[in-house]
Design a protein around this ligand. Structure first.
Ligand code: SF4
Length: 195
């Protein structure tokens, strides 16, 4: 297990790709999981702040996600209970519009099977954004269609939009997310962590 996280931390497969982005950054993988985890946060990829801090969702998106989940920071960062495994362990850089680039597919292809083989006790998967939803749910639907049909994936999985502040407009346009989905999410998270 320690070997696996050490191997991921040492991974530099995307170094040429990241060196060609505007930020010209080096890979800094942020693996965050232990075998005892009950809840999986399956996200997209670290943003720049997480790249700098080395801790997942330690930014405003994380504050919003914790509010959605109904957990405080201590609970969220309890490695024995919550695993954070994104579609890429490194910040991918920015595109020409200043948005985060998509996660390099080589990351999930290289690491995911090995990582998920070490997580036998997961009770709930929270699957964030279209990239993770394609991989974990095998869906080709849009993120909105997938999240709106969240009950189709219960029990055991709940799809979410990314908690980025860029999605504030989406949240306004889709009020059912707050009224219908969030109460179910918080109940499922509590059950998974208490199990
Ligand atoms: S994104 Fe994944 S595959 Fe690419 S360097 Fe980081 S850990 Fe390695």
């Amino acid at each position: 297990m320690t070997d696996l996280t050490d191997h991921i931390r040492a991974c530099r497969l995307c170094a040429p790709r990241f060196a060609a982005t505007a930020t010209r950054h080096a890979p800094r993988p942020v693996p965050w999981f232990r075998p005892s985890a009950r809840l999986l946060i399956a996200g997209q990829a670290p943003g720049l702040q997480v790249h700098e801090k080395g801790r997942p969702f330690d930014d405003r998106s994380g504050d919003r996600l914790r509010d959605w989940l109904g957990v405080d920071r201590d609970t969220f960062y309890d490695l024995d209970r919550i695993a954070v495994v994104p579609m890429a362990f490194c910040f991918p850089g920015y595109d020409a519009t200043g948005s985060d680039l998509p996660p390099p597919p080589i990351c999930a292809a290289t690491w995911h099977d090995r990582v998920f083989a070490t997580l036998p006790d997961l009770r709930l998967r929270v699957v964030i954004g279209a990239h993770a939803q394609r991989w974990h749910l095998g869906t080709r639907n849009s993120m909105t269609e997938t999240v709106r049909a969240f009950r189709d994936h219960l029990p055991g999985t709940i799809p979410l939009p990314h908690p980025s502040w860029r999605n504030t407009g989406w949240l306004r346009k889709n009020p059912w997310f707050e009224t219908d989905l969030l109460p179910v999410l918080r109940e499922q998270v509590k059950e998974a962590l208490d199990a």
